[in-house]
Design a protein around this ligand. Structure first.
Ligand code: ZN
Length: 568
């Protein structure tokens, strides 16, 4: 299950323990649910504040969560317990967008508002769809963590003093770290990551606030979301090289004062009234196990699930959480039964449907087939749109188009985004007439200057793809490399990431071959693209041409070493 995780590094050392209360409490507002042993008197105002922030995001970023279950915010009973869940030993918090629910876990009650806003920004980005480079994700999350109310409306962009001090005292990290889509590996300590976050924050701060960047920020963001590299997006939107951009940020740092960004106030709404409920150990145990299920051996998870579901014995309020637990344990049928029971108990059906639909886009096909059979019938156009976006980013363009066709009733910004992805999907599939037709629809739809530029860029992308395809059809150079190796034309069904190596499961001619990428540097990337080799870990389906050397490796149970890869 590809669970996306991210970390927040909070820099201040030492800590101020909030007062622990004796029993577990759940504090709920319409969109959040905080489970912890901390004093509800501390938690309640924070959730009210988070509801406000959510409304500000909605009013300003155009992200409209719909049919969403409450985001679960969980603060474990001890830092030791946190470490059992956390993907990193030093992180002070992380978020996970699980297929059925969004979760934020914090190490403890410390700088909680900053941490929650940081993680919540990640969630909003994820809901918007797309994948962003690490610097952008973290920089934006840090930027919005300063959101606060002023008399005449919300403001964001306060200087983060710890970050400024770090940047001024420890110097500048090389630009190359920020051109890489992933968080650099060597940033495995809080101190290193802190520098990366600080500099990322500064780049975003400059791009949101400096006159030469701010007007085109959202177009820049849209390109990044579609996995255009940082360097290319800078040059296409701003006509700047990464070096120019970096130099601009260095001079931004030298300013004596920073401007603030004023945001639109959220639509007027009555302040949320938090509800506080004392909860039992059973409910906490279900949450705990759900968060650790993916790390435990399957039989153990299943027997724990059996135990807890027997203890819960049909209690209405626990059905949705039990559904999540069953889901995390990959017990699809049980998950379906609990979700239906939850719906019967009054949990809005669409809250559960969105989880299942999102899961569809994340699951391997076999599981998706099974899931499809019990997806509640509320399947909305939006869910199909999200499903299509998921497939698009998995590079399953035919699957994306198929989902988009079923998303008939979209409008506005969603329809615009979908049409852009339709145009690109057709283009990447070589269906240029359809791609052009979609690009033309996009041009007609475009209203704001931003949309017009997006439509123009889309048309250029389509035309470039067509020009490449109709150019003199010579075999790409890289195919010469392929001739030296054993060739397989098949489908990658899964990739196991093993540190710097990876094991590919390739289905070809009715057989499954397990092949090793021993060193990504020695693999020639085939096809027309000059992009570097990249692949997602976990179950997937991608057509591929593989060239490999026969070589048995007992430690990874592989029979060949991959030297050529061409995704099709
Ligand atoms: Zn983060």
């Amino acid at each position: 299950m590809p669970v996306r995780l991210a970390f927040v590094a909070l820099l201040a050392a030492g800590c101020c323990w909030a007062q622990l209360v004796r029993g577990w409490h759940k504090v709920s507002t319409p969109h959040f649910e905080l489970v912890s042993r901390y004093d509800p008197a501390l938690a309640a105002p924070l959730l009210v504040d988070l509801e406000w922030a959510r409304a500000v995001f909605e009013a300003n970023l155009g992200v409209r969560p719909r049919g969403d279950r409450r985001v679960l915010i969980y603060i474990p009973g001890s830092p030791y317990e946190f470490e059992q869940y956390s993907p990193s030993a030093w992180a002070n918090g992380f978020y996970a967008q699980l297929p059925y629910r969004e979760v934020i876990v914090l190490r403890r009650w410390f700088q909680t508002r900053h941490a929650l806003l940081h993680e919540y920004t990640h969630l909003m980005l994820r809901r918007r769809g797309g994948r962003y480079p690490a610097w952008f994700e973290e920089g934006l999350a840090e930027y919005f963590s300063t959101l606060r109310a002023e008399k005449d409306g919300p403001v964001v962009g306060d200087a983060i003093h710890n970050s400024l001090a770090l940047l001024r005292q420890t110097g500048w990290l090389p630009l190359s770290y920020f051109l890489d889509p992933e968080l650099p590996r060597e940033f495995d300590s809080q101190a290193h990551a802190g520098r990366f976050y600080a500099q990322s924050w500064l780049y975003v701060h400059m791009m949101r606030l400096s006159p030469s960047y701010k007007d085109h920020f959202s177009q820049f963001q849209n390109l990044l979301a579609e996995q255009v590299s940082t360097g290319q997006a800078l040059s296409r939107i701003y006509g700047k090289s990464p070096e120019d951009w970096d130099a601009d940020a260095r001079s931004w740092l030298q300013r004596s004062g920073f401007p603030l960004e004023r945001l639109n106030p959220p639509a007027a709404a009555a302040a949320a009234k938090p509800e506080v409920e004392q909860i039992g150990e059973l409910e906490v145990e279900i949450a705990r196990l759900t968060l650790t299920a993916h790390r435990m051996p399957a039989p153990q998870t299943r027997s724990e699930y059996d135990r807890l579901s027997r203890l819960a014995s049909g209690r209405c309020g626990l059905q949705a959480s039990l559904g999540d637990l069953a889901y995390a344990a990959r017990l699809w049928r049980q998950a379906a039964a609990h979700y239906s029971a939850a719906a019967d108990c009054g949990v809005p059906r669409q809250d559960l449907a969105e989880g299942l639909q999102t899961a569809l886009s994340r699951q391997p096909l076999a599981a998706a087939g099974e899931l499809e059979s019990f997806t509640p019938e509320t399947s909305s156009d939006f869910a199909n749109f999200m499903l299509g976006v998921g497939r698009f980013f998995e590079r399953d363009y035919a699957g994306a188009l198929d989902a988009f066709r079923r998303a008939g009733g979209l409008a506005g910004e969603d329809l615009f985004r979908m049409t852009r992805l339709e145009a690109l999907a057709h283009a990447w599939l070589g269906q240029f007439e359809l791609a052009l037709a979609a690009a033309e629809r996009l041009e007609r739809m475009a209203q704001s200057p931003e949309q017009k530029l997006t439509a123009q860029i889309t048309r250029e992308d389509v035309e470039r793809a067509r020009a490449r395809a109709s150019g003199p059809s010579r075999e790409p150079f890289s195919r010469n490399v392929l001739r030296q190796y054993q060739r397989l034309d098949g489908v990658v069904t899964r990739v196991d990431c093993l540190g710097s190596r990876a094991r590919f499961w390739v289905e070809a001619g009715g057989q499954t071959f397990k092949l090793l990428v021993a060193d990504p540097q020695e693999v020639t990337r085939g096809g027309e693209t000059s992009e570097p080799l990249e692949f997602a870990c976990g179950p997937q389906r991608k057509e591929v041409i593989v060239g490999y050397q026969e070589q048995t490796d007992a430690s990874t149970e592989t029979t060949g070493r991959i030297r050529y890869l061409e995704f099709r």
